[in-house]
Design a protein around this ligand. Structure first.
Ligand code: TXA
Ligand code: MG
Length: 328
């Protein structure tokens, strides 16, 4: 299969978006930008089309997908009942980087939800994504558009590096604004629970609905994706706090003749084989993190020393991704 690139600068539904939407309706695979990372889309209501996503990514079948919508109609196809808390959260944060897990309707195929009775729904804050979904006129199931296990793509080039020849289209909308995936919030229990931290923080959610828990109760993997290795660069990644520790580790591994890359989040200078200053605010760091992990793999470093950030707000989502990249 030849993967075609569509360049889209605005959210207007031009001929490129229309072609991609037609492909989606016909059961094809289209990668598109969102405000978080690029997604690999298929018609969420078509189990065969959805099977294509798992195949292209090499993704385990029991890891459910997020269904993306552009309005009320899509929501009504996916769920029969919208709880009050969901309404409050939607009006506070949609379109935006918040995914809500709700009881699914009978029409949603099991392939989309990994066999679960629930469905994850989100309305992305990206004009190109919204135009595509609106034009396709179906909910669009889309995981991040990377090969399973590699860092999520934040530009069209990353999508092609992983999936060229495996998908029909990629819509190039430039670099994504946020850079880490959406917050996944389970609304099927009495108390909403964060299954994956992301762009919408615990504090923001608390303000909207009063009570929010985090993590999985009793260690049960409620969000199946959490049990899989994720976001991993090929090199070994080690977390380090502060300038002294970072420099010490870099030197220790260079002495062993290993190629060392440092990811600096303090703007300071380091002595290592390659040094990436990825920004000092959480927003900059989130935006640059995945592209930096990919770059360091291209440079074939053996060891990545990544500086920690303050585990708070968006920093909590960044630390979550760094820790997952660390243990493999
Ligand atoms: O920002 C994002 O969320 C991006 C963009 C493309 O929208 N998408 C994304 O999808 O990160 P993916 O497939 O890489 O991650 C989806 C996460 C997984 O951890 C999955 O297990 C969880 O959401 N999930 C999906 N459906 C679920 C459900 N019914 N119950 C619990 N967790 C679910
Ligand atoms: Mg992913």
């Amino acid at each position: 299969m030849k993967t075609r690139i569509i360049r889209a600068c605005t959210g207007e539904s031009g001929p490129g978006i229309r072609r991609a939407a037609r492909a989606l309706r016909g059961g094809g695979l289209v990668a598109f930008p969102t405000e978080t990372v690029y997604g690999l889309g298929a018609n969420a209501m078509d189990s065969q089309a959805v099977a294509g996503i798992f195949k292209a990514k090499g993704r385990p079948q029991d890891n459910p997908l997020i269904s993306h919508i552009a309005g009320r109609k899509g929501l009504e196809q996916l769920v029969d009942r919208v709880p009050r808390k969901a309404e409050d959260l939607m009006s506070a944060f949609w379109p935006g980087p918040l995914t809500l897990v709700l009881e699914k309707s009978r029409e949603v195929p099991e392939a989309t939800t990994g066999g679960l009775p629930t469905v994850a729904v989100r309305m992305p804050a990206n004009d190109i994504a919204l135009a595509l979904i609106r034009e396709a006129d179906v909910p669009v199931a889309a995981p991040s558009a990377n090969l399973s296990g590699s860092p999520s793509p934040t530009c069209a080039r990353h999508v092609l590096d992983d999936l060229d020849g495996r998908i029909d289209y990629v819509i190039d909308g430039g670099k994504t604004r946020i850079g880490v995936e959406s917050t996944v919030l389970d609304l099927t229990a009495d108390t909403p629970r964060i299954l994956r931290p992301g762009g919408i923080t615990h504090k923001m959610l608390l303000q909207a609905v009063g009570e929010v828990e985090e993590g999985t109760p009793g260690g049960r993997a409620k969000s199946p994706g959490m049990k899989y290795r994720h976001y991993s660069p090929k090199a070994r990644l080690i977390l380090a706090e502060g300038h002294g520790k970072t420099q010490m580790l870099a030197e220790r591994y260079m002495e062993k003749n290993l190629k060392v890359g440092v990811i600096a989040t303090d703007g300071k200078t380091y002595n290592a084989d390659t040094v990436k200053k990825i920004g000092e605010t959480h927003e900059e760091i989130a935006r640059n993190l995945y592209q930096t992990l990919r770059k360091l793999d291209e440079e074939q470093v053996d060891i990545i020393i990544a500086q920690t950030v303050k585990d708070q707000g968006l920093g909590h989502a960044i630390m979550n991704r760094l820790k997952k990249a660390q243990d493999k």
